[in-house]
Design a protein around this ligand. Structure first.
Ligand SMILES: [Zn+2]
Length: 360
Protein backbone atom coordinates (compact mmCIF):
# COMPACT_ATOMS: atom_id res chain seq x y z
CA UNK A 1 0.00 0.00 0.00
CA UNK A 2 1.24 3.44 -0.81
CA UNK A 3 -0.46 6.79 -0.71
CA UNK A 4 0.48 10.43 -0.06
CA UNK A 5 0.45 11.61 3.52
CA UNK A 6 -2.31 13.88 4.79
CA UNK A 7 0.01 15.93 6.89
CA UNK A 8 -2.11 19.04 6.84
CA UNK A 9 -5.27 17.11 7.65
CA UNK A 10 -3.64 15.53 10.66
CA UNK A 11 -2.17 18.83 11.65
CA UNK A 12 -5.48 20.62 11.64
CA UNK A 13 -7.03 17.83 13.72
CA UNK A 14 -4.16 18.10 16.16
CA UNK A 15 -4.66 21.87 16.32
CA UNK A 16 -8.32 21.35 17.08
CA UNK A 17 -7.42 18.94 19.86
CA UNK A 18 -4.90 21.37 21.35
CA UNK A 19 -7.39 24.21 21.29
CA UNK A 20 -9.86 22.08 23.24
CA UNK A 21 -7.41 21.17 25.98
CA UNK A 22 -7.89 24.23 28.14
CA UNK A 23 -11.52 23.43 28.80
CA UNK A 24 -11.38 19.65 29.20
CA UNK A 25 -12.05 18.15 32.62
CA UNK A 26 -9.66 15.67 34.19
CA UNK A 27 -11.07 12.24 34.98
CA UNK A 28 -9.81 9.95 37.71
CA UNK A 29 -6.84 7.72 36.92
CA UNK A 30 -9.01 4.56 36.92
CA UNK A 31 -10.86 5.61 33.77
CA UNK A 32 -8.91 4.63 30.60
CA UNK A 33 -7.95 7.70 28.56
CA UNK A 34 -10.18 8.48 25.60
CA UNK A 35 -9.36 10.05 22.25
CA UNK A 36 -8.77 13.63 23.43
CA UNK A 37 -7.13 12.68 26.72
CA UNK A 38 -4.48 10.64 24.91
CA UNK A 39 -3.17 13.87 23.38
CA UNK A 40 -3.60 15.87 26.57
CA UNK A 41 -1.43 13.46 28.54
CA UNK A 42 1.37 13.42 25.97
CA UNK A 43 4.75 14.36 27.50
CA UNK A 44 5.07 16.69 24.50
CA UNK A 45 2.50 18.96 26.15
CA UNK A 46 4.31 19.28 29.49
CA UNK A 47 6.93 21.81 30.55
CA UNK A 48 10.48 20.56 29.87
CA UNK A 49 12.11 19.44 33.13
CA UNK A 50 15.60 20.09 31.76
CA UNK A 51 17.08 21.94 28.79
CA UNK A 52 15.88 20.00 25.79
CA UNK A 53 16.07 19.53 22.05
CA UNK A 54 12.61 19.49 20.48
CA UNK A 55 12.22 17.74 17.13
CA UNK A 56 9.20 18.61 14.95
CA UNK A 57 7.32 16.08 12.88
CA UNK A 58 8.88 15.77 9.44
CA UNK A 59 5.59 16.67 7.78
CA UNK A 60 5.85 20.24 9.11
CA UNK A 61 9.58 20.59 8.53
CA UNK A 62 9.05 23.43 6.06
CA UNK A 63 7.66 25.56 8.90
CA UNK A 64 9.38 24.22 12.01
CA UNK A 65 12.97 23.21 12.66
CA UNK A 66 14.55 21.25 15.53
CA UNK A 67 15.03 23.71 18.37
CA UNK A 68 16.54 24.11 21.85
CA UNK A 69 13.99 24.56 24.66
CA UNK A 70 15.00 25.81 28.11
CA UNK A 71 14.04 23.97 31.32
CA UNK A 72 10.62 25.13 32.56
CA UNK A 73 9.41 26.13 29.08
CA UNK A 74 6.71 24.48 27.01
CA UNK A 75 8.29 23.09 23.83
CA UNK A 76 4.88 23.36 22.17
CA UNK A 77 4.54 27.05 23.05
CA UNK A 78 7.92 27.75 21.55
CA UNK A 79 6.64 26.50 18.24
CA UNK A 80 3.74 28.90 18.02
CA UNK A 81 5.72 31.28 15.85
CA UNK A 82 4.13 30.60 12.51
CA UNK A 83 0.96 32.47 13.42
CA UNK A 84 -1.10 29.30 13.29
CA UNK A 85 -0.91 28.84 17.05
CA UNK A 86 -0.26 25.16 16.58
CA UNK A 87 2.65 22.95 17.53
CA UNK A 88 3.34 19.58 16.04
CA UNK A 89 6.24 17.87 17.73
CA UNK A 90 7.72 14.43 17.26
CA UNK A 91 10.00 14.10 20.30
CA UNK A 92 11.70 16.08 23.06
CA UNK A 93 15.05 14.83 24.34
CA UNK A 94 17.48 16.13 27.00
CA UNK A 95 19.91 18.70 25.62
CA UNK A 96 23.54 17.71 24.99
CA UNK A 97 26.38 20.09 24.07
CA UNK A 98 26.80 18.32 20.71
CA UNK A 99 23.21 19.21 19.81
CA UNK A 100 24.28 22.83 19.13
CA UNK A 101 26.57 21.58 16.36
CA UNK A 102 23.78 19.33 15.07
CA UNK A 103 21.39 22.28 14.75
CA UNK A 104 23.96 24.26 12.73
CA UNK A 105 24.70 21.29 10.47
CA UNK A 106 21.04 20.42 9.94
CA UNK A 107 20.18 24.00 9.02
CA UNK A 108 23.05 24.06 6.49
CA UNK A 109 21.87 20.78 4.94
CA UNK A 110 18.37 22.13 4.50
CA UNK A 111 19.66 25.34 2.92
CA UNK A 112 22.14 23.62 0.58
CA UNK A 113 20.38 20.48 -0.54
CA UNK A 114 17.57 20.49 -3.06
CA UNK A 115 16.36 17.29 -4.65
CA UNK A 116 18.23 14.37 -6.15
CA UNK A 117 21.97 13.83 -5.69
CA UNK A 118 22.63 16.81 -3.40
CA UNK A 119 19.74 15.71 -1.17
CA UNK A 120 21.27 12.23 -0.82
CA UNK A 121 24.87 13.38 -0.34
CA UNK A 122 24.16 16.07 2.25
CA UNK A 123 21.91 13.88 4.38
CA UNK A 124 24.28 10.93 4.15
CA UNK A 125 27.17 13.15 5.37
CA UNK A 126 25.08 14.45 8.27
CA UNK A 127 24.01 10.91 9.16
CA UNK A 128 27.65 9.73 9.30
CA UNK A 129 28.52 12.67 11.57
CA UNK A 130 25.61 11.83 13.92
CA UNK A 131 26.76 8.19 13.99
CA UNK A 132 30.34 9.22 14.83
CA UNK A 133 29.05 11.42 17.65
CA UNK A 134 26.68 8.65 18.81
CA UNK A 135 23.68 11.01 18.78
CA UNK A 136 20.96 8.36 18.52
CA UNK A 137 18.03 10.79 18.50
CA UNK A 138 19.64 12.84 15.74
CA UNK A 139 20.41 9.69 13.70
CA UNK A 140 16.76 8.69 13.89
CA UNK A 141 15.55 12.20 12.99
CA UNK A 142 17.85 12.46 9.94
CA UNK A 143 16.73 8.99 8.77
CA UNK A 144 13.07 9.99 9.14
CA UNK A 145 13.74 13.18 7.18
CA UNK A 146 15.43 11.08 4.47
CA UNK A 147 12.67 8.46 4.19
CA UNK A 148 9.82 10.93 4.25
CA UNK A 149 11.18 13.00 1.38
CA UNK A 150 12.92 10.17 -0.41
CA UNK A 151 9.63 8.36 -1.08
CA UNK A 152 9.01 10.43 -4.19
CA UNK A 153 12.43 9.76 -5.70
CA UNK A 154 12.59 7.24 -8.57
CA UNK A 155 15.81 5.50 -7.46
CA UNK A 156 14.98 3.45 -4.39
CA UNK A 157 18.35 1.72 -3.88
CA UNK A 158 19.66 4.14 -1.26
CA UNK A 159 16.29 4.07 0.55
CA UNK A 160 16.56 0.27 0.81
CA UNK A 161 20.13 0.49 2.15
CA UNK A 162 19.07 3.04 4.79
CA UNK A 163 15.92 1.26 6.04
CA UNK A 164 17.73 -1.40 8.14
CA UNK A 165 19.51 1.45 9.98
CA UNK A 166 16.13 2.80 11.11
CA UNK A 167 14.48 -0.50 12.10
CA UNK A 168 16.11 -0.74 15.59
CA UNK A 169 14.98 2.84 16.33
CA UNK A 170 11.50 2.14 14.98
CA UNK A 171 11.23 -0.89 17.27
CA UNK A 172 11.48 1.46 20.25
CA UNK A 173 8.56 3.62 19.07
CA UNK A 174 5.89 1.25 20.38
CA UNK A 175 2.47 2.94 20.56
CA UNK A 176 1.94 4.28 24.13
CA UNK A 177 -1.36 2.40 24.60
CA UNK A 178 -2.67 -1.03 23.58
CA UNK A 179 -5.41 -1.29 20.94
CA UNK A 180 -8.09 -3.87 20.15
CA UNK A 181 -7.64 -6.33 17.29
CA UNK A 182 -8.98 -4.97 13.97
CA UNK A 183 -11.24 -8.00 13.31
CA UNK A 184 -13.75 -10.13 15.21
CA UNK A 185 -13.26 -13.83 15.88
CA UNK A 186 -10.19 -16.01 15.39
CA UNK A 187 -7.65 -14.84 12.81
CA UNK A 188 -4.29 -15.99 11.51
CA UNK A 189 -1.24 -13.71 11.12
CA UNK A 190 0.53 -14.58 7.85
CA UNK A 191 4.25 -15.26 7.91
CA UNK A 192 6.04 -12.54 5.94
CA UNK A 193 8.50 -14.91 4.27
CA UNK A 194 9.66 -12.31 1.73
CA UNK A 195 9.86 -9.60 4.45
CA UNK A 196 7.89 -7.33 2.10
CA UNK A 197 6.61 -5.18 4.97
CA UNK A 198 10.20 -4.31 5.87
CA UNK A 199 10.79 -2.66 2.47
CA UNK A 200 8.94 0.55 3.38
CA UNK A 201 8.90 2.77 6.46
CA UNK A 202 5.08 2.94 6.28
CA UNK A 203 4.70 -0.86 6.57
CA UNK A 204 7.78 -1.89 8.62
CA UNK A 205 5.72 -3.29 11.54
CA UNK A 206 2.53 -4.22 9.64
CA UNK A 207 0.67 -7.53 9.74
CA UNK A 208 -1.42 -9.37 7.17
CA UNK A 209 -4.45 -11.14 8.66
CA UNK A 210 -6.46 -14.00 7.13
CA UNK A 211 -9.04 -16.49 8.32
CA UNK A 212 -7.96 -20.11 8.30
CA UNK A 213 -10.02 -23.27 8.63
CA UNK A 214 -8.48 -26.74 8.52
CA UNK A 215 -5.21 -25.16 7.44
CA UNK A 216 -6.75 -23.45 4.39
CA UNK A 217 -7.67 -19.82 3.58
CA UNK A 218 -10.53 -20.78 1.27
CA UNK A 219 -12.91 -23.58 0.35
CA UNK A 220 -13.32 -24.92 -3.19
CA UNK A 221 -12.01 -22.80 -6.07
CA UNK A 222 -9.36 -20.20 -5.21
CA UNK A 223 -11.49 -17.13 -5.96
CA UNK A 224 -12.20 -14.10 -3.73
CA UNK A 225 -15.72 -15.23 -2.82
CA UNK A 226 -14.45 -18.57 -1.46
CA UNK A 227 -11.89 -17.00 0.92
CA UNK A 228 -12.90 -17.03 4.58
CA UNK A 229 -11.60 -13.45 4.98
CA UNK A 230 -13.60 -12.06 2.03
CA UNK A 231 -16.09 -9.36 3.03
CA UNK A 232 -15.50 -9.93 6.75
CA UNK A 233 -16.02 -6.72 8.76
CA UNK A 234 -13.05 -4.69 9.98
CA UNK A 235 -13.59 -2.87 13.25
CA UNK A 236 -12.22 0.18 15.05
CA UNK A 237 -9.24 -0.74 17.25
CA UNK A 238 -9.81 2.36 19.40
CA UNK A 239 -12.30 5.17 19.83
CA UNK A 240 -11.18 7.80 17.36
CA UNK A 241 -11.78 9.78 14.22
CA UNK A 242 -11.71 8.67 10.58
CA UNK A 243 -9.17 10.94 8.86
CA UNK A 244 -8.66 9.21 5.51
CA UNK A 245 -10.80 6.67 3.67
CA UNK A 246 -11.08 5.35 0.12
CA UNK A 247 -13.21 2.58 -1.36
CA UNK A 248 -13.44 3.47 -5.07
CA UNK A 249 -10.93 0.91 -6.40
CA UNK A 250 -12.10 -2.43 -7.81
CA UNK A 251 -11.11 -5.68 -6.13
CA UNK A 252 -9.08 -7.92 -8.43
CA UNK A 253 -9.07 -11.71 -8.53
CA UNK A 254 -6.66 -13.85 -6.52
CA UNK A 255 -3.07 -13.71 -7.77
CA UNK A 256 -3.59 -10.56 -9.91
CA UNK A 257 -1.82 -7.68 -8.15
CA UNK A 258 -2.99 -4.11 -8.83
CA UNK A 259 -0.78 -1.07 -8.26
CA UNK A 260 -0.03 -0.32 -4.61
CA UNK A 261 -1.67 3.10 -4.87
CA UNK A 262 -4.86 1.57 -6.33
CA UNK A 263 -5.95 -0.03 -3.06
CA UNK A 264 -8.80 0.95 -0.75
CA UNK A 265 -7.81 1.89 2.78
CA UNK A 266 -8.83 3.69 5.96
CA UNK A 267 -6.92 5.73 8.55
CA UNK A 268 -8.39 5.98 12.05
CA UNK A 269 -6.81 8.61 14.32
CA UNK A 270 -6.66 7.12 17.84
CA UNK A 271 -5.24 10.32 19.38
CA UNK A 272 -1.93 10.47 21.23
CA UNK A 273 0.01 10.50 17.94
CA UNK A 274 -1.27 7.07 16.87
CA UNK A 275 -3.15 6.28 13.66
CA UNK A 276 -4.53 2.84 12.73
CA UNK A 277 -4.24 1.92 9.04
CA UNK A 278 -6.40 -0.74 7.35
CA UNK A 279 -5.51 -1.81 3.79
CA UNK A 280 -6.93 -3.72 0.75
CA UNK A 281 -10.57 -2.98 1.63
CA UNK A 282 -13.53 -4.19 -0.45
CA UNK A 283 -14.74 -1.76 -3.11
CA UNK A 284 -17.76 0.24 -1.90
CA UNK A 285 -17.66 -1.25 1.60
CA UNK A 286 -16.97 1.84 3.74
CA UNK A 287 -19.51 2.13 6.58
CA UNK A 288 -18.03 5.45 7.78
CA UNK A 289 -16.72 8.64 6.17
CA UNK A 290 -13.89 11.07 6.78
CA UNK A 291 -14.57 13.13 9.90
CA UNK A 292 -16.73 10.50 11.63
CA UNK A 293 -16.06 9.84 15.32
CA UNK A 294 -16.30 6.11 16.01
CA UNK A 295 -16.30 3.85 19.06
CA UNK A 296 -13.88 0.99 19.63
CA UNK A 297 -15.34 -2.14 18.05
CA UNK A 298 -17.52 -0.26 15.55
CA UNK A 299 -17.64 -1.74 12.02
CA UNK A 300 -15.69 0.45 9.55
CA UNK A 301 -15.62 -1.48 6.25
CA UNK A 302 -15.16 -4.96 4.77
CA UNK A 303 -12.08 -6.93 3.81
CA UNK A 304 -11.43 -7.06 0.07
CA UNK A 305 -8.64 -7.70 -2.40
CA UNK A 306 -7.76 -4.25 -3.79
CA UNK A 307 -4.32 -2.78 -4.45
CA UNK A 308 -1.09 -4.76 -4.10
CA UNK A 309 -2.79 -7.79 -2.57
CA UNK A 310 -2.44 -11.41 -3.69
CA UNK A 311 -5.67 -12.59 -2.06
CA UNK A 312 -8.35 -11.38 0.35
CA UNK A 313 -6.70 -10.30 3.61
CA UNK A 314 -6.40 -7.31 5.92
CA UNK A 315 -3.17 -5.30 5.99
CA UNK A 316 -2.94 -3.59 9.37
CA UNK A 317 -0.43 -1.36 11.13
CA UNK A 318 -0.30 1.53 13.54
CA UNK A 319 1.31 4.70 12.15
CA UNK A 320 2.69 7.80 13.80
CA UNK A 321 1.66 11.28 12.61
CA UNK A 322 4.37 11.25 9.93
CA UNK A 323 2.96 8.01 8.54
CA UNK A 324 5.80 5.80 9.87
CA UNK A 325 4.76 2.28 10.87
CA UNK A 326 5.20 1.72 14.63
CA UNK A 327 4.99 -1.47 16.72
CA UNK A 328 1.70 -2.13 18.47
CA UNK A 329 0.39 -4.06 21.47
CA UNK A 330 -3.06 -5.61 21.32
CA UNK A 331 -5.80 -6.75 23.65
CA UNK A 332 -5.83 -10.44 22.77
CA UNK A 333 -7.12 -13.76 24.05
CA UNK A 334 -5.68 -17.28 24.23
CA UNK A 335 -7.29 -20.63 23.52
CA UNK A 336 -7.97 -22.51 26.79
CA UNK A 337 -9.49 -25.88 25.92
CA UNK A 338 -12.13 -24.89 23.39
CA UNK A 339 -12.69 -21.38 24.79
CA UNK A 340 -10.89 -18.18 23.88
CA UNK A 341 -10.10 -16.40 27.16
CA UNK A 342 -9.12 -12.77 27.43
CA UNK A 343 -5.46 -12.60 28.45
CA UNK A 344 -4.66 -8.91 28.20
CA UNK A 345 -1.99 -7.10 26.24
CA UNK A 346 0.39 -8.85 23.85
CA UNK A 347 2.28 -8.39 20.61
CA UNK A 348 1.12 -10.29 17.55
CA UNK A 349 3.38 -13.06 16.28
CA UNK A 350 3.59 -14.07 12.62
CA UNK A 351 2.32 -17.58 11.94
CA UNK A 352 0.04 -17.58 15.03
CA UNK A 353 -3.72 -17.39 15.61
CA UNK A 354 -5.27 -14.55 17.61
CA UNK A 355 -8.70 -13.49 18.78
CA UNK A 356 -10.19 -10.60 20.76
CA UNK A 357 -11.86 -13.05 23.11
CA UNK A 358 -15.56 -13.85 23.60
CA UNK A 359 -16.20 -13.11 19.90
CA UNK A 360 -16.76 -16.73 18.98
ZN1 LIG B 1 0.51 -6.13 4.26
Amino acid sequence: MRHPLPCLAIRSIYCAILSLLAGSARLSAEVPPDFSQRDERSPLNARCKVDSLAFPLICVIQEMQPKRVAAGEYANARYQEDGQGCAVLWRIVPWQEKHAEFLVKYKAVREKAGDGLAFDQERTKLLIWCEQEKLGDCIEFVLRDFFYHRRAQPDAALYQRMLPKWRPYGMQRVAPFAVELPVKGVWHILKDDTKHHQKNHWSMFAFDLVRKRDGKFYQGLNVNENHYAWEQPIIAVCDGEVIRAEDKFADHQVGKLAAANAGNFLWLNCGGGVIAEYGHLRQGSLAVKIGDRVDSGQVLAKIGNSGASGGPHLHFTLLDRDGFSIPARYQTAVLVGTQWKKMGVAELVEGSDFARGNDE
